[in-house]
Design a protein. Structure first.
Length: 276
C-alpha cells in the first residue's frame, strides 16, 4: 500500500516507541516523522536513537520528515512561528538552523524527503520573502545532498506557496534537489484543486492527504469533508504519479480509534489508486 501516515496524528503528545509500534500493528508500513517539539525532540540524541530503533524494530519505512516550523509548541500557541522566508535575517537563519538539526535522524535511518513550509499561513505575496526562501532552500539543499535527501516544498495556505508559484519557482531557479509536497486540502482552499495537481505534476515528490469542510484547514481524515477523493486519485493516475501519499489528519487523544479510522481511510484511498 502506497498510503502512509504522518505522526502528526499524535502531535499533541511526545512520540514514543509504543506509539510507533501501534502504527505498525494497525497495518501502516510507511510514516512521515513530524519533527516539531515536544512531539519529536530531535535535539536530544537519546530520543533520536530511541525513536530510530523503534522505527527499525517495527519494520516501518520513513518516507519523509516534516521540518519544524516552530521552536516548541508553547511558542506556536503564542503565535511565534519560524519561517525560512523571513525578511529578518536572524529569524530566517534560526529557522534554517533548526531544520538542519532535524536532519540528524537521516544519519541513522533512510529518509527520502524533507518537507518544508515556504513561509507561514496567510503570508501575502512578497518578492523579498521569496528571495529569502530561495536562499534558505539553497542552504538546506547543501545539507540534504550528502544525506541523499530531497527537499519537498509544501503548498500551505498562503500566497507565497500556491501550487503554480512553487512550480514556477523550482523551474526558474537553480535548485536541483527540490520538488513539491502537494497538500491536497491546502490546494483546495487556495484555488482549483485539479489545476493545482496539473500545474505541479512534473515536480511532485510526495503528498499530504487530509480533508476540509471548505471553510478552513480542518485536517480531517479523507472522506470526512467535501473533497472529491475519487477525482483526486483519478488526476494522480492521469499524471502518472507513482510516489507515496501521506495521510496528515489532526491529532486526537483517542489513539486506537484514530488509528483504526486512519487505516480505513488509507485502504479506501488505496482502492481508488488501483481503480482503472
Amino acid at each position: 500500500m502506497k498510503i502512509g501516515l504522518s505522526t502528526h496524528i499524535f502531535a499533541n503528545r511526545p512520540l514514543t516507541p509504543r506509539l510507533i509500534k501501534r502504527i505498525a500493528r494497525q497495518g501502516f508500513q510507511t510514516i512521515e516523522l513530524y519533527a516539531n517539539r515536544p512531539h519529536f525532540d530531535f535535539t536530544n540524541p537519546a530520543r533520536v536513537e530511541e525513536i530510530t530503533q523503534a522505527i527499525k524494530g517495527a519494520g516501518l519505512r520513513v518516507s519523509s520528515i516534516h521540518a519544524p516550523f516552530y521552536s516548541h509548541i508553547s511558542d506556536a500557541l503564542r503565535g511565534r512561528w519560524l519561517s525560512i522566508c523571513s525578511v529578518d535575517e536572524e529569524k530566517r537563519s534560526e529557522a534554517v538552523d533548526l531544520i538542519k538539526r532535524a536532519l540528524s535522524i537521516c544519519k541513522k535511518i533512510e529518509v527520502r524527503y524533507l518537507v518544508v513550509h515556504f513561509g507561514n499561513v496567510n503570508d501575502s505575496w512578497d518578492e523579498k520573502m521569496v528571495a529569502q526562501g530561495i536562499k534558505s532552500l539553497q542552504e538546506l539543499e547543501e545539507s540534504c545532498r550528502p544525506l541523499k535527501v530531497s527537499i519537498a516544498v509544501e503548498n500551505i495556505v498562503n500566497q507565497l506557496s500556491l501550487p503554480h508559484r512553487l512550480a514556477a519557482l523550482i523551474k526558474d531557479s537553480s535548485l536541483k534537489g527540490v520538488g513539491i509536497c502537494l497538500d491536497i486540502a491546502h490546494a483546495h482552499l487556495t484555488g482549483s484543486l485539479p489545476e493545482g495537481i496539473a500545474q505541479t505534476a512534473s515536480y511532485i515528490l510526495t503528498t499530504h492527504l487530509h480533508d476540509t469542510r471548505g471553510d478552513k484547514d480542518n485536517h480531517l481524515l479523507p472522506f470526512s469533508g467535501i473533497i472529491d477523493w475519487e477525482g483526486v486519485m483519478s488526476k494522480f493516475r492521469a499524471i502518472g504519479y507513482q510516489g507515496t501519499h501521506i495521510l496528515e489528519p489532526r491529532w486526537s487523544i483517542l489513539t486506537g480509534r484514530s488509528l483504526r479510522r486512519a487505516y480505513h481511510a488509507a485502504q479506501k484511498m488505496d482502492n481508488l489508486l488501483r481503480k482503472g
